[in-house]
Design a protein around this ligand. Structure first.
Ligand code: GCW
Length: 678
């Protein structure tokens, strides 16, 4: 009884969310604990940086979960061996060369067995990075309380480059002013460039651990906007900043993560006052080569550059009459001898050029074959801009000779900031599995994936605690694009809140309803951009008619080939025909592709107008349900996290009500037809 009370007290110790899902807590099941404890903390690995980090993490987890504390190895008995095949006899004995080779450069095999009369577990891989990924996988098994007696797991990621993109704005005087994050809602930037390289904030180490736990292998540390409105991100590649980059790269290196930076296309002009940034100019080409050589001399495993060019005020090659490919290639050529990559963003549009969703495709598809092999076109999931619902961009799979990077947005710019729970795993899963052109899914068309991060210096990293589920889901889907988002949500819930079934079920259910709920009370049926210009949060349908197409007769934007902007025609079949047709278009995208009269009937018999009304009310009801369900967890979760989420969910209800009033009121006024609702 006393023991039970103590355990409960232990479980419910107040938590602030800083540990994310990397919470290593004493295993409650005694038999399981004994099983883990039999390995003591004997993790045997050769002394190499990535393996040191792996061992350290595994010992930390084992010690806490098994309750043994970090004991010194006695060199006999059961042990966990981690490394390459030739690093230890037990690894070579338990795993064949072929099995390791099959998992590719970053995959791993984890296997339990016997060696020389002792029970062992081995984590084997073709690279130290693979071992690191396997280590975090094994730790998860321990956190979930699963038996390791018969472990036999192997995994390998189909997507080679998996990146976090931070939109943090570096500022030299940041220790005085603080540094902002574009579309960041979890506080200020935690990159204290002013302090580097003399002081390394401890949070940077935990950030590197987080990236490794997400099994990412690259990170862009600064905003793609590098110069507009006084931004200073372009300075990161100046000689002055280089020692700071060196320090950050050193933090990342043991965690298998390569450092990338966003650069400005006009860097030759901005950094060294060259008269031009024309990619055809030999002096400009030389400049990029020298800059790359300078960086690689200091950071041999530097990843490369991300570039936003000719987009929203960031300059690019078009100024010189050069194509995007010519622009990307001059930078790519400079990086190539060092093994670096350039990720070139496809987010381009010109308001003067008609429907913006058509423009990435018309700009880039004709350039297929023009990009060098180490250049990758980085494309947002949808053609518009991270709306709650969009079709998948037509560029994916449309350029078979060009490398492509999928860009997802983890930070909730248009999906409720840090105020609303909106679990995006189901959306991303749909995107990855969708084939805009016959049979070629996004997941199979890309060689890289990037997620715009939702972290800041908030104590719990993401502002809203439940937003950590998005960070987790991005890592999971980047590693295994087909993984069901329901499993990811339930697993995250358990890692975050423990093993109380009721808690896991309620948290998972809230997460899984949250995307549709947000869609319902903001913009159902594919209406996008109802938020206020600038804040992307407050409802403002009055000023967004160009996007939702509402008028006195009807609503939606005509993007058909027959009578509209023609965007539907950029898809391969069967989607071209389906999107073109009012009756066959999936209803969740109806108003994205069609302008229809308010009286247009949907499959459920309702008119479009009634559907808009009903869905907004239903969305509010869902949000209220989240509060009710969460309340049932009182006492089952520590007070600090319980209250944190409760307060946010309550605020979400009020805001959902505002949305409902604003949008339904707007359409009532516009159409002159009142809702039939009670
Ligand atoms: O949606 C817009 C955002 C900008 C962002 C831009 C982009 C970084 O509102 O804040 O700039 O997209 O993706 O480049």
């Amino acid at each position: 009884m006393l023991f039970a009370a103590l355990t409960l007290a232990l479980v419910l110790r107040s938590e602030d969310g800083y540990e994310l899902w990397l919470r290593y807590r004493l295993e409650a099941n005694q038999a399981r604990r004994a099983e883990y404890a039999s390995f003591g903390c004997m993790v045997i690995a050769p002394a190499r940086p990535v393996l040191n980090a792996s061992r350290e993490e595994l010992v930390r987890a084992l010690a806490a979960i098994s309750g043994t504390g970090p004991r010194a190895s006695t060199g006999v008995g059961s042990a966990i061996y981690i490394g390459l095949r030739n690093d230890a006899a037990p690894i070579a004995a338990l795993v064949t060369r072929e099995e390791i080779a099959q998992q590719g450069p970053e995959g791993f095999v984890i296997r339990a067995g016997e060696h020389a009369g002792h029970r062992v577990i081995v984590i084997a891989a073709a690279s130290d990075a693979g071992v690191l990924h396997g280590t975090f996988r094994l730790i998860r098994e321990l956190q979930l309380g699963r038996s390791v007696a018969a472990l036999n797991l192997s995994e390998s990621p189909p997507i080679g480059r998996r990146m976090a993109n931070h939109w943090d704005n570096p500022v030299r005087t940041q220790h005085v002013t603080g540094a902002s994050i574009e579309r960041g809602y979890a506080g200020d930037s935690f990159f204290k460039w002013g302090e580097l390289p003399d002081r390394i904030d401890p949070r940077l180490h935990d950030w590197a651990r987080l990236l490794a736990a997400m099994r990412l292998n690259g990170v862009v540390v600064n905003n793609v906007n590098t110069a507009k409105r006084g931004l200073e991100g372009w300075r990161l590649i100046t000689t002055d900043y280089l020692p700071k980059l060196v320090a950050v790269a050193a933090v990342l290196r043991p965690y298998g993560v390569r450092l990338f930076v966003s650069v400005n296309f006009f860097s030759p002009v901005l950094v060294d006052e060259l008269p031009t940034a024309d990619p055809a100019d030999p002096a400009v080409q030389r400049w990029w080569r020298q800059k790359a050589a300078e960086i690689y001399a200091a950071i041999p495993d530097f990843g490369g550059f991300l570039v936003k060019a000719d987009s929203e005020g960031e300059p690019g090659p078009l100024k010189y009459g050069r194509t995007h490919a010519e622009g990307a290639n001059v930078i790519a050529a400079a990086l190539a001898p060092h093994g670096g990559e350039v990720h070139w963003r496809a987010f381009v549009y010109d308001r003067a050029n008609g429907d913006r969703v058509t423009q990435a495709y018309t700009t880039f598809a004709p350039l297929d074959g023009d990009f060098t092999a180490n250049a990758s076109l980085q494309i947002k999931n949808g053609p518009l801009d991270f709306q709650v619902r969009e079709p998948v961009s037509t560029l994916f799979g449309a350029m078979s000779k060009t490398r492509q990077t999928l860009e997802l947005q983890i930070t909730q710019e248009y999906t409720g900031h840090d105020k609303h729970v909106c679990y995006l795993g189901p959306m991303w899963h749909e995107v990855l599995g969708f084939a805009p052109h016959q049979g070629r899914t996004v997941a199979s068309a890309i060689s890289a994936i990037a997620g715009v991060m939702n972290t800041g210096d908030a104590r719990n990293w993401t502002g809203h605690l439940l937003a950590q589920a998005n960070t987790y889901a991005f890592g999971e889907l980047a590693w295994t694009p087909t993984r069901p988002p329901e499993d990811i949500a339930a697993e995250w819930a358990q890692l975050t809140f423990g093993r109380d079934r009721r808690v896991i079920d309620v948290v998972t259910a809230i997460l899984l309803q949250s995307w549709h709920a947000y869609e319902d009370y903001t913009g159902p049926l594919g209406i996008g951009f109802l938020t206020r210009r600038g804040d992307h949060f407050t409802p403002d349908p009055e000023n967004r008619a160009e996007y939702h197409g509402g008028d006195v007769h009807g609503v939606g934007v005509d993007r058909t080939v027959a009578t509209g902007s023609g965007y539907a025609g950029q898809y391969g079949e069967p989607w071209r025909a389906r999107y073109e047709s009012r009756t066959q278009c999936p209803e969740e995208l109806l108003l994205f592709f069609h302008h229809v009269p308010y009286s247009h009937r949907l499959k459920n018999g309702r008119s479009v107008l009634d559907e808009i009304y009903v869905r907004h009310v239903a969305g509010v009801e869902s949000a209220r349900g989240f509060v009710r369900d969460w309340e049932t967890l009182r006492g089952r979760i520590d007070d600090e996290r319980f209250e944190h989420v409760r307060i946010r969910l309550a605020e979400q209800v009020r805001h959902a009500e505002d949305w409902c009033r604003a949008v339904n009121g707007y359409f009532e006024k516009l159409s002159g037809v009142s809702p039939l609702l009670p």
